[in-house]
Ligand binder design. Structure first.
Ligand code: 26W
Length: 823
């Protein structure tokens, strides 16, 4: 069956060939004989870009002519990965390009490998943004992503002697064929300086911000091609540049040198992505980054609005909705107030009425260390007017709180945007809830906890404002493009339009018990495992048995995600095998991918420990037929695309209540991996979809975690009670894994015993170990396993990001699709 997707692009093989060759000659100045794969990659991108640009033009014209309402997705991170394969796929030109390049004597898959990942994000939140803009374009929704054009994305990870080393990521060093510079839309952004209070003719108090410095924001547009190639939206990323402007009013004559320093600083704003995931470091440059891209983006939105509606603000809320991806862009709220009150001279209530109908906020984490707070003093220095506005917002809000809870100062202290203490802090989460019309968590459990624990009184104050939108992933990248073999098999069974309607995968369920289909399905898995085994061989230099269970844990390294729980269990298996060479287990390869924040000591220690334990096990002939450990360096989107299709088991073992949603869990299950996981985040909803028989759930629930902590959790109890735990933890202190360096892995034991085991690793160990025995037993029953794997794929329909976006559109954004047609 041919995909029944109406396409807007028709270009055949010989035209494609001609276009690639033309660009090889005319864009790159080389020819077929001289070109290397990198040149072929660029020429292929340029050939595609002709289609892409035509798509952007048509889309923008259509949106303009229809004066559409649009969503503006504000995010400090967009983890796009590679674009060529995705764009070919979404235009329906993958086969055409493959054949065309073949005839030119070039392998498309080699060419695709030339593309550097666009790694402008840390992890889940950044990749979610990328999946969402894919869905928005696919569903023909008027949308634009706004973010930062980081010169260096997330660091490249090298492993040296087992330890993580960070190297700069230089994704643009040899040029990026996708981005389009838009100098006609450059914006200016103010920083520092002071606020002057003036009295207008009507006695109205007027505030004027005299900035100390102005920087330029240069927009770069990245095309976002919807599936079917009809709508092509853009991701607009801002690069900072010195404006050369220096305010002599603000600095004295001695400020001349400072001025030059600040010019250099202007260009640092968009230099590098902060690699912290879930830890707020309170760094000034990060606040400036956030304000920089929000201010540029708001100006861009307002320019576009004014082109259609002039100075009439009355329709602004009909045309514009802004989604804040976590609190990173929360400063946009006081910035819009500043524009409306100080610049457009609207009165406060009218301005606030507009603001609170424009913004919506998504929370992605409950971890206290990830909740952004800025010192009031820092805000005052960088954005003096914004701090005043925040105080005014808070003052009026406190009056509202007093109406609801008269005289209750405790509730005021909890709800206030300002946290009093040694140093006054501005709580960006509170500001976001107060300044938005909708607030959502990212999975059912997480949203309930946001309501009950993080913002309890806000829910009482504004019932209905706090809600849930469960995350999703784009099936175009995370099945169709990354797993072509499985995709083709699925096409044959349920038709080829599942990428647009993922519920269609349910059609596979009736084949779950069918021996022939089971065989085909597991053959595809086997092929994918061979591809990954080749990658492991290439990257790490050793062989893995593709008949072994491929057990995959891929995500940022964090204590709450508990990679060290998996590690303790691996060490226990090793120990069982040493004690009893006949210990009965199916061969297993534990495969990890994880980056640690450069300043997160224990996370780096865990990476080191995994690698050291891996070295020992992989080289121990007594066990390495049954057990192997592969830590693949530099985990990133393009590596995920190779690991996910090959996974048998998906590790989702966070402490209950800590993982907001997880999205890797969805990608793995969609590709037929069976989850071993806790009742956390979206695991709960995955379990609901696949049923208890097709997932391995273990461990404490959120309530049990709270009870155990309230009753005084004592990790030593588990250490003394369970000889395996004790043996394994003690093992970490010896020099068995780090010859000549006893104690090199001791920090992990310390964190679990002496520092209180915050994330209850030891409390969940036994349940995890038992669940792993169940996994082992299930895998050995080939039919049972094949059935489980198929059902996992069949039941992932709910987790398409198209469904998430539909939820946002219907319940929050109130957008209409705007079809883009030929012409
Ligand atoms: C201020 C430092 C900082 C940086 C990034 C704090 C917090 C973050 C992000 C919120 C981290 C993140 O990516 N969170 C993940 O978001 C995913 C998408 O919703 C969820 O699936 C993950 O559970 C959540 O950890």
């Amino acid at each position: 069956k041919k995909p029944n997707v109406e396409r807007n692009v028709t270009i055949n093989k010989s035209e494609f060939k001609a276009a690639v060759v033309k660009h090889l000659h005319c864009t790159l100045g080389t020819d077929e004989n001289k070109a290397n794969n990198h040149a072929w990659w660029k020429a292929t991108c340029s050939a595609m870009q002709e289609q892409v640009l035509e798509g952007i033009r048509k889309t923008q014209k259509t949106h303009y002519l229809n004066d559409t309402r649009a969503v503006h997705y504000f995010s400090a991170e967009f983890l796009m990965g590679r674009l060529l394969s995705n764009n070919l796929q979404n235009f329906g030109l993958f086969e055409v390009a493959n054949d065309a390049l073949n005839e030119l004597g070039v392998s498309l898959s080699d060419v695709l490998e030339e593309e550097p990942d666009m790694a402008l994000g840390n992890g889940g939140l950044g990749r979610l943004a990328a999946c969402f803009i894919d869905s928005l374009a696919t569903m023909e929704l008027p949308a634009i992503g706004y973010g930062i054009h980081y010169e260096h994305g997330l660091f490249r990870q090298e492993i040296q002697g087992g330890a993580q080393i960070e190297r700069p990521d230089s994704w643009r060093d040899y040029g990026n064929p996708w981005e389009i510079c838009r100098p006609e839309s450059i914006q200016e952004v103010s920083l520092y300086g002071y606020v002057e209070t003036k009295y207008g003719e009507n006695g109205r108090i007027q505030k004027e911000w005299h900035p100390g410095h102005i920087v330029k924001g240069i927009p770069w547009d990245i095309p976002v091609v919807g599936y079917g190639g009809k709508t092509v939206n853009v991701l607009r990323l801002w690069q900072s540049k010195s404006s050369g402007y220096f305010n002599w009013d603000v600095f004295n004559a001695g400020g001349y040198v400072d001025a030059q320093v600040e010019n250099v600083q202007a260009e640092t704003i968009s230099k590098v992505l902060y690699p912290n995931d879930e830890t707020e470091a309170g760094k000034e440059l990060r606040l400036i980054q956030q304000y920089f891209f929000c201010a540029c983006s708001l100006k861009d939105i307002i320019r576009r609005y004014k082109r259609a509606h002039g100075d009439d603000w009355s329709r602004f809320i009909d045309q514009v909705v802004i989604q804040l991806n976590d609190t990173h862009p929360a400063i946009a709220i006081p910035e819009l107030m500043r524009i409306l009150v100080d610049r457009a001279e609207l009165d406060w209530d009218r301005a606030w009425g507009i603001c609170t109908k424009v913004f919506a906020y998504t929370n992605h984490t409950l971890l206290p260390e990830a909740l952004e707070k800025w010192p009031a003093r820092m805000l005052e220095k960088i954005l003096p007017r914004h701090l005043e506005i925040i105080y005014e917002i808070n003052h009026r809000f406190m009056k509202e709180v007093d109406k609801k809870w008269p005289g209750d100062n405790a509730v005021k202290a909890r709800l206030s945007i300002i946290e009093e203490g040694n140093e006054k802090m501005v709580r960006m989460g509170h500001l976001s809830v107060i300044g938005s019309f909708a607030v959502n968590g990212v999975a059912e459990l997480h949203s309930r906890l946001v309501k009950q624990n993080l913002f309890p009184e806000f829910d009482a104050l504004w019932p209905g404002k706090l809600t849930n939108v469960t995350n999703g992933i784009t099936p175009r990248r995370w099945l169709k493009a990354c797993n072509p073999a499985l995709s083709k098999l699925i096409d044959k069974k349920v038709g080829a339009d599942w990428p647009l309607d993922l519920k269609k995968l349910e059609g596979l369920e009736k084949y779950a018990g069918n021996k022939t289909f089971q065989k085909q399905f597991m053959q595809v898995k086997q092929q994918n495992k061979q591809l990954l085994a080749a990658e492991i061989k290439e990257s790490l230099g050793f062989d893995v048995d593709t008949n072994a269970i491929f057990d995959v844990q891929i995500k940022r390294l964090h204590e709450y995600k508990r990679q060290h729980l998996a590690l303790l269990h691996i060490m226990a298996l090793y120990r069982r095998l040493l004690e009893n060479p006949d210990y009965d287990m199916h061969p297993r390869v534990f495969i990890f991918g994880a980056k640690a924040a450069p300043g997160y000591k224990l996370a780096k220690d865990i990476i080191y420990a995994i690698n050291k334990v891996a070295d020992k096990i992989n080289n121990d002939a007594r066990v390495n037929q049954k057990l192997k450990v592969a830590f693949l360096p530099n985990y990133r989107v393009s590596l995920a695309e190779k690991m996910i299709p090959a996974a048998d088991v998906s590790e989702q073992i966070s402490t209950a209540g800590k993982e907001a949603s997880g999205t890797g869990n969805m990608k793995l299950a969609l590709n037929g991996a069976v989850t071993i996981g806790t009742l956390d985040g979206a695991n709960i909803e995955i379990a609901e979809e696949v049923g208890d028989d097709n997932i391995f759930i273990f461990g404490l629930t959120v309530d049990e975690v709270n009870e155990l902590k309230a009753s005084g959790y004592k990790p030593y109890d588990y250490y003394y009670k369970n000889p395996e735990i004790k043996a394994v933890l003690d093992w970490l202190e010896t020099d068995y894994f780090t010859p000549g360096k006893p104690g090199a892995l001791a920090s992990i034991k310390q964190s679990l015993l002496d520092h209180g085991d915050q994330y209850l690793v030891l409390a969940d160990y036994e349940a995890y170990s038992k669940a792993q025995e169940e996994v082992d037993k299930a895998y050995r029953d080939k039919e049972r396993w094949a059935k489980m794997a198929i059902i996992n794929t069949a039941k992932m329909g709910k987790f398409t990001s198209d469904r998430s976006i539909r939820d946002y559109v219907e319940r929050i954004w109130k957008l209409n699709a705007c079809p883009v047609r030929k012409g």
